[in-house]
Design a binder for this molecule. Structure first.
Ligand code: PGA
Length: 251
């Protein structure tokens, strides 16, 4: 069956020293193995330091992006192979901030997903609509179009990815999708995966919710049948909050 996952997205926060301290604190706070997989996605420069600090049986480490090219003259870029060489196991791809501020298109993301998989990384592939699209009731159409980046994968490769539905209007705004809104669109996403790859693969795909997820709303969101955990921004920067969200799976 599919896994429950709580993944943190540190975004462009924390110096190396602060990131190391945060990872150590989290590692200590998770004295017992949580009831879900826990992942922390950090800035590139933190990866090589943070990966050996955490207990890999309890915490997976990931990047927040990788290049759409394998290697070569792409100044400033970091390849999926480089990410994997730090011991990281995951990579967030298609985050709405990457799509909006760095021009990441469906085609670019398709390349990134393929390179991540070719290097043994698990992509956490993000999709989600902006407020105007939600208000025009176009959210299903929007996420279906974004899924084209991963619908060219073989069934075997598709089985290795994690999806994260993040309504852009809920990211960092304090405004969360209601549990009903989350369930409705997660079920839709699972249905289009089933149409493409069949029910078994769809049932085994973890679909995380992201957008102002916090300890006070995590349990209600995660209790929906098609919500398999969360992708956590702001609340991942404080161990007590992140642990509070992880604990939503413990009760
Ligand atoms: P947020 O961010 O939890 O701060 O809303 C979520 C994300 O962007 O992944």
């Amino acid at each position: 069956m599919r896994k429950n996952i709580v993944a943190g997205n540190w975004k462009m926060n924390k110096t190396l020293q602060e990131g190391i301290a945060l990872a150590k604190e989290l590692n200590e706070a998770l004295a017992e193995k949580p009831n879900c997989d826990v992942v922390i996605c950090t800035p590139f420069i933190h990866l090589a330091s943070v990966t050996p600090l955490v207990d890999a049986a309890k915490i997976g480490v990931g990047a927040e992006n990788c290049a759409d090219k394998a290697s070569g003259a792409y100044t400033g870029e970091v390849s999926a192979e480089m990410v994997a060489s730090t011991g990281a196991k995951y990579v967030i791809l298609g985050h709405s901030e990457r799509r909006a501020y760095y021009g990441e298109t469906v085609a670019i993301l398709e390349e990134k997903v393929k390179l991540a998989l070719a290097n043994g990384l698990t992509p956490i592939f993000c999709i989600g609509e902006v407020l105007e699209e939600r208000e025009a009731n176009k959210q299903n159409e929007v996420v279906a179009a974004q899924m084209e980046s991963v619908f060219s994968l073989s069934p075997e490769d598709f089985s290795k990815i994690v999806l994260a539905y993040e309504p852009v209007w809920a990211i960092g705004t304090g405004k969360t999708a209601t549990p009903e809104q989350a369930q409705e669109i997660h079920a839709f996403i699972r249905s289009i995966v089933a149409d493409k790859y069949g029910k078994e693969i769809a049932d085994n795909t973890s679909i995380l919710y992201g957008g102002s997820c916090k300890p006070s709303n995590a349990k209600e969101l995660f209790s929906n049948p098609d919500v398999d955990g969360g992708l956590i921004g702001g609340a991942a920067l404080k161990v007590s909050d992140f642990k509070g969200i992880i604990d939503a799976f413990n009760a």
